[in-house]
Design a protein around this ligand. Sequence first.
Ligand code: SAM
Ligand code: GLN
Length: 259
Amino acid sequence: MKISEVIAVYKRKGLPEREALILIAKYLRKSKEYILAHDDMECPDEVLKLLDKRLSGYPLQYILGEVEFYGRTFYISEGVLIPRWETEGLVELAIKYIKEYNLKNLIDIGLGSGIIAVTLALETGVFIYGTDVSKKALEVARKNADRYGIKCDFRLGAFADPFVEIWDNIEMVVSNPPYVRSDVKLQKELSYEPPEALFAGPEGLDFYKEFFKKYKIDGKIVLMEIGHDQGNALRELTGGKIIKDLAGKDRYLVVNRKE
Ligand code: SAM
Ligand code: GLN
């Protein structure tokens, strides 16, 4: 089948033209523009398998192995959470605090692909410590840190446990932790993502409860992404401030113990 026909056939099956084009271009290692200009070429059978995989709900980003975040391209792979747009808001808030207080040492708990850590290092020059309980996440985060040559120290482990010896030097904690309630039934596309990146107990609050119980945060700023219906509970738990995302939903928790 010619590429133009393949695109038309898959569009009828429900795959957006843009996605088909991105996948074909990726497979043939050409630009989308090149493919459009040569769409009378025969389409290799392997491409049809990729298109079928996407059509079945498998995330586009995992097929491509790359994802955009805050204007940059990052590696991503199965087993690691695909970055969400809300997290760019977390990064913007972090940048504001880093500049306002001239911060130098931060920790990102739950690195995932490392998008928060790498972006903050690149945007502000801070040194980033980072942890994740997932080996796969740590591997991808390190790959992204190398890709951009940032100064960092990423370790496998829960919360800030791998960095107890330098906890006092850490000025700010940033985290997009798991916060989905364990009884939530995920839509198909999300079911391909690692459960330990998403679920956090019956109210989705387990991570926050454990962190604030375990760590002394005097003199530090803690900035975390939260679920849209968790603002009240977390304000009560921490005495912090809740900030809304671009969609007008409660999304970020700030506990500022510098003031
Ligand atoms: N920071 C990435 C982002 O924003 O795209 C990933 C966020 S994902 C929602 C949460 C991450 O935290 C997952 O990579 C998961 O493995 C990790 N994680 C879960 N519990 C953790 C804990 N107690 N300590 C450290 N990492 C944890
Ligand atoms: N916003 C994500 C979702 O609903 C959850 C991310 C998280 O738990 N940190 O899929």
